[in-house]
Design a protein around this ligand. Sequence first.
Ligand code: NDP
Length: 419
Amino acid sequence: MNKVLVIGCGGVAGVAIQKCAQNADVFNEICIASRTVSKCDALKQKLEGKTKAKITTAQVDADSVDQLVALINEVKPDIVLNLALPYQDLTIMEACLKTKVDYVDTANYECEDTNDPEWRAIYEKRCKEKGFTAYFDYSWQWAYRERFEKAGITALLGTGFDPGVTSVFTAYAQKHYFDEIHTIDILDCNGGDHGYPFATNFNPEINLREVSANGSYWENGHWVETKPMEIHRTYNFDGVGEKDMYLLHHEEIESLAQNIPHVKRIRFFMTFGQSYLTHMKCLENVGMLGTEPVEFEGNQIVPIQFLRRLLPDPASLGPRTVGKTNIGCIFTGVKDGKERTLYIYNVCDHQECYKEVGSQAISYTTGVPAMIGTMMVLKGLWKRPGVFTVEEFDPDPYMEALNKWGLPWQVDENPVLVD
Ligand code: NDP
């Protein structure tokens, strides 16, 4: 009997839990836990009668290691799937270590309070040493490698779409198509339209922090940092059409640079419409993206958290969003002494996702791989003591599962390259 404890019941968790419930032969029991147990109960109710899996709910504040340990000891899961926020990664990993339970997540650790002096000192040292200023990096979670190894448990980091599937695409390209991969361009295109003047497709705080930060890419063994949105290209995406895209820093660049031998350049591009960028710039200019508390009528308010209250809940975008996403990787390199190029990508339709699970494609393209990564560890296919990112395992069973569970991929051996 396999039991998964899912922390979080937001947009991504909603999809991942429904997918686990569809896959009840692997996920026999699912416990859903977050701070607001009523949301977990609502999801449980939605699934009742539709799955063989036994579903339970619980309340937990995942900022507290003690509460997590108590919950894990009570539920006794085989694996914990962390779909709360990146702020909770370390507390949940710590609790998994204490209870010797495998750990899975979709986003790397970020510190909620970037003014914490202890965190800031480490961050500033890292900025100087590594050459990029993003608030998130893998060092915090890679620091757990030895302890996870010694405890004999697995941590699988970043099994969403990007990071996640894009890194599995890379491992697959390396295994089946290349002797050496020289360049990787990860292209994340959302051609969806939700009809609101401004909304984010996943947690607004995490999303806006990511896109308002400096960009960066990996080239010839070091990081090159750019101003936000400095590098701009257009690309004609299958299923979507021509879109503007901008270079961002993204976490999988860091792990792929370590794990893909011979790679010379890795870049990440995301599409944004002009209206989104104008709104974001305006919010930034007036201070609404600030992460430091400000005093307002006697109360301490964090501007970006207040903004989150005002923006549409990403989970509510499902019924309104039409169009498709196209996310994938373009590779160049050599095979048998000859140069070759390759594009592996998935096209996902917002309304199809909504019909199946009641969510838009951004939550869907993250929630499905979260279920698949958890299944890889539960089935023992990707189970090894230590802390790993997805490209460190055999990509074949994961690629097969993507086709089976709703994210079929395509291969183009003659793609248009990004200059
Ligand atoms: P939401 O904001 O919709 O959901 C977050 C969930 O976390 C909520 O259910 C919330 O429930 C729970 N949560 C927050 N704080 C705590 C806490 N202290 N204790 C317990 N639960 C908590 O976020 P999304 O579903 O959009 O995103 C989930 C994760 O997926 C994020 O880490 C995000 O970065 C990642 N992601 C990854 C992508 C990828 O491709 N790799 C793409 C998109 C997202 P409650 O308030 O009840 O506690």
